[in-house]
Design a protein around this ligand. Structure first.
Ligand code: ATP
Ligand code: MG
Length: 397
């Protein structure tokens, strides 16, 4: 009898045509997150089975809890000899040290050729529990313990008691890749997390303006990318030096349009980095109405510089809801560290609330921004942020 981890896929079982791709992506993602532990992974269409050294099972589960595409995680026992006598013997062994009061047996028989049907297996195993545990009583409606028995096609039987809720979503990567505009704030890491949850692998882009913004501000963004990498294994972070562009905007454009034009430049650069890296969409933390640059008119005047779809996962969430997610994924405390962002240092007293695309384009003609944009893209700095437990610093690619 081997103690193993059993995984149920949940939502992805509804994807008929793509199911193999979904499952193999999930397997690769799990394999990557368990790379430091010797594990073997087997799977069929309904379940994935993870074999690891028993001492590593707990830490493996902590990692798997952060893997998208999983509905339920069970610590189970694999039995090679599927004869009914052997199942009974194994069950007696497994319940020996467990406290059992009210219980129910749930049997699933995917091997339809197995000579005994599910009802009968449940009945016989229920009898075993009643005989061996003094306080045990059957309660099919509201049992304190559910004992699951699965007779599967691979001639093996699995018994498990406890279930852990998986994080859900789709395996990261099945939906392709997107470029997350990652600032040090609260919203964009949450946006990244939600995109990952839908199976989008993310790369991230961060605009810095040294010396107006500090290394501390950049390190904060790296820490946030590292938090996100717990859900995706790694995040490739593109750091863009934005100083020359911001200074040129400040010098040449009307102040009430500073933010609009600055954000249009960010979108243009993001689009180029996205295309270079095969990212199909831009993702950001804009939320309708939160600040002047996030009114619908403002978003329209900014968004029109790119043809790429822009996904805004938190667009319709209240700030309090965004904060709740940020706390759950443990990015909140980092996000509220008080370091300046390139957006905040050039904020005019009275930003325009209803900017127009025409005016923005007109003002942009006052300076040749194209050269600066190309330079910024060319001189990007790439940091591969990895989810390694013992690693203190991220490696530069
Ligand atoms: P956040 O809390 O994510 O910083 P915010 O409410 O402060 O968002 P803005 O500063 O207007 O809003 O930015 C809106 C979005 O633009 C951010 O969520 C992020 O996706 C992107 N963004 C802003 N500043 C940067 C930056 N320096 N680098 C990369 N992306 C940025
Ligand atoms: Mg911000």
């Amino acid at each position: 009898m081997k103690k193993i981890i059993i995984i149920k896929y949940g939502e992805l079982t509804t994807k008929k045509d793509n199911i193999n791709f979904f499952i193999t992506t999930l397997k690769d993602n799990i394999k990557n997150c368990l790379v430091d532990y010797e594990t073997e992974i087997k799977y069929d269409k309904g379940r994935m089975f993870i074999y690891a050294n028993e001492d590593n099972l707990d830490v493996a589960i902590e990692k798997i809890k952060k893997t998208f595409g999983i509905h339920e995680i069970n610590i189970g026992y694999e039995i090679d000899d599927n004869s009914i006598e052997n199942i009974k013997k194994s069950l007696i062994e497994l319940i020996k040290d467990r406290d059992i009061t009210s219980f129910k047996i749930v049997t699933k028989r995917s091997d339809k050729k197995y000579p005994i049907n599910s009802m009968e297996i449940s009945r016989q195993m229920g009898g075993i529990v009643l005989k061996n545990k003094e306080k045990a009583e059957v309660d099919v409606h509201n049992p304190k313990m559910v004992i699951n028995i699965e007779v599967r096609l691979n001639n093996k039987v699995y018994i498990y008691f406890d279930k852990i809720k998986g994080i859900g979503g789709y395996p990261v990567g099945v939906a392709g890749k997107g470029l997350l505009m990652l600032s040090g704030g609260i919203d964009s890491p949450v946006a990244g997390y939600l995109a990952l949850k839908r199976g989008v692998r993310i790369e991230a882009i961060y605009f810095e303006s040294p010396p107006h913004t500090s290394d501390a501000a950049k390190n904060k963004v790296i820490s946030l990318a590292k938090k996100l990498s717990e859900y995706s294994g790694y995040v490739k972070l593109h750091v863009i030096n934005f100083t020359a562009i911001q200074e040129a905007i400040l010098k040449n454009c009307p102040h009430e349009y500073l933010v609009t034009i600055m954000r249009r430049m960010m979108y243009r650069i993001s689009e180029r980095i996205a295309k270079k890296n095969n990212c199909k969409v831009l993702i950001n933390g804009e939320s309708i109405g939160q600040v002047a640059s996030q009114t619908l008119t403002s978003m329209a005047a900014i968004n029109c510089v790119t043809k790429l779809p822009v996904i805004r996962p938190v667009a319709c969430l209240d700030k309090l809801d965004i904060i709740e997610i940020a706390k759950n994924i443990d990015t909140y405390e980092t996000s509220i560290l008080p370091f300046e962002d390139c957006c905040t240092i050039f904020v005019p007293d009275h930003p325009v609330i209803n900017p127009t695309e025409e005016s923005a384009s007109e003002y942009e003609k006052s300076f040749d921004f194209e050269n600066l944009i190309s330079d910024a893209v060319y001189n990007e700095n790439i940091i591969k942020v990895e989810n390694k437990i013992c690693e203190e610093h991220s490696s530069i690619l």
